[in-house]
Design a binder for this molecule. Structure first.
Ligand SMILES: Nc1ncnc2c1ncn2[C@@H]1O[C@H](COP(=O)(O)OP(=O)(O)OP(=O)(O)O)[C@@H](O)[C@H]1O
Length: 294
């Protein structure tokens, strides 16, 4: 078990994270928050690339900083952007990283072959990576993070730049990997974690707002989400009263999904909340602030 115990991180006088408490066991965890909320800061602390200003992170009860090398042997990490030589093939690159990690040559060869199969890059293992799509590169990234068969796999915004098909393939791969390890991935894209995460961690105002299953998180706004059709002319007035979650043009009308805490109007249809709805509700102020900033 990986435990984050009362962790805070300050950059000078700026507090990026405050009093974070989390526990991770095997499974997929989605660290979900808008950009700038502190996901990367938390992930870098979990990867021992940054140190907490206060508190500690423990693996099976032992400080990961004190474990040092022993912890890094358990850890696989894919940073937001990982460095590779475009002219290398995935096989050459993975063998090179294996050597850096100190894997004996014969073991490295076997492991690289296994991983290329796992991430479905066997067919192109000797091709130069400069011809690869974003999804193929990310799979090389996962493979390098998996070289030491880590017990903890941490991925920072791993789906940036993937097309929808690549996202599906990626999600399936993570589910497979999480059967016997902790997989933590950060994202600001709800659909990346909606179908695979056992638990979602949401950060707001430098603190953990939720760490729960999707079903439980959705309960936060249960009974408040509706859909209805309105005239276009009425839309701006409507938005002043209710939080619009999504809007779609349908036969000359505007089909709007929204949140209302008031008694329901008979023309409204109550719908079950989705994680996306909760995300929009929780971070509505941030979205507005971002719009203002442009
Ligand atoms: N080295 C640093 N010095 C000062 N401030 C920092 C530093 N690193 C991060 N921050 C600030 O801490 C906050 C959290 O940053 P962080 O990168 O963790 O956010 P994030 O949620 O991962 O967003 P993104 O996905 O854009 O990286 C931001 O306000 C950022 O400006």
């Amino acid at each position: 078990m990986l435990t984050v115990n009362q962790v805070s991180k300050n950059f000078g006088s700026f507090c990026a994270l405050k009093g974070i408490n989390l526990e991770f066991t095997n499974g997929v965890y989605g660290l979900l928050a808008p950009n700038g909320a502190g996901k990367t800061t938390l992930i870098k602390m979990l990867a021992t690339l940054l140190f907490p200003s206060e508190g500690e992170i423990l693996y099976k009860g032992e400080s990961i900083i004190r474990m040092d090398e022993r912890y890094r042997e358990l850890l696989g990490y894919l940073p937001q952007e990982f460095g590779y030589y475009k002219n290398d093939s995935p096989k050459k690159y993975l063998l090179y990283i294996s050597a850096l990690k100190g894997l004996p040559a014969s073991k490295a060869k076997r492991r690289v072959q296994e991983l290329l199969k796992l991430v479905a890059l066997e067919q192109v293992m000797n091709k130069k990576m400069k011809k690869f799509s974003g999804g193929m590169i990310q799979r090389v990234g996962i493979a390098q993070a998996m070289l030491n068969d880590p017990k903890i796999l941490i991925l920072d915004e791993p789906t940036a730049g993937l097309d929808p098909k690549e996202r599906v393939r990626f999600r399936n791969l993570l589910t497979e990997l999480a059967r016997d390890r902790i997989v933590i991935l950060s994202t600001h894209i709800v659909s990346d974690v909606e179908s695979i995460a056992n638990e979602i961690v949401m950060i707001k105002d430098s603190q953990v707002l939720y760490k729960d299953s999707i079903a439980s998180i959705c309960k936060v706004i249960e009974g408040w989400v509706y859909e209805t059709e309105i005239d276009y002319d009425a839309a701006s007035e409507f938005r002043k009263h209710y939080l619009s979650l999504s809007e779609k043009q349908e036969e000359g009308k505007l089909k709007i999904r929204f949140i209302s805490k008031e008694a329901a109007n008979p023309l409204w249809k109550a719908v079950s909340p989705s994680l996306e709805d909760v995300f929009l509700y929780i971070y509505q102020d941030e979205a507005a602030a971002q719009e203002v900033r442009g």
